[in-house]
Design a binder for this molecule. Structure first.
Ligand SMILES: [Zn+2]
Length: 81
């Protein structure tokens, strides 16, 4: 409900469970190396998303190595009956 007034002296040291917004992994804020994400990797991924949206991916650039774009081939196989 509305219980956000938990002022415990040990709460400052208690590990705070968090959920990574990038990979959805549950982790402790006390153990992460790149809060509020579970790892540096997830932080960079999230950062990349923001930059990607802001820039808008100009078509004048070359092929980006970190782009996950699977080209789906039209693989329509007719069933041999
Ligand atoms: Zn993560």
């Amino acid at each position: 409900m509305g219980t956000q007034s938990n002022q415990n002296p040990q709460a400052d040291r208690a590990p705070m469970p968090m959920k990574c917004s990038t990979c959805g992994l549950d982790f402790l804020l006390d153990e992460t190396e790149a809060p509020p994400f579970c790892s540096q990797r997830c932080r960079m991924i999230d950062l990349g998303r923001w930059l990607d949206e802001e820039i808008g991916v100009p078509h004048e650039g070359g092929p980006e190595p970190g782009k996950m774009n699977h080209s789906i081939d039209d693989d329509e196989e007719a069933q041999d009956a």
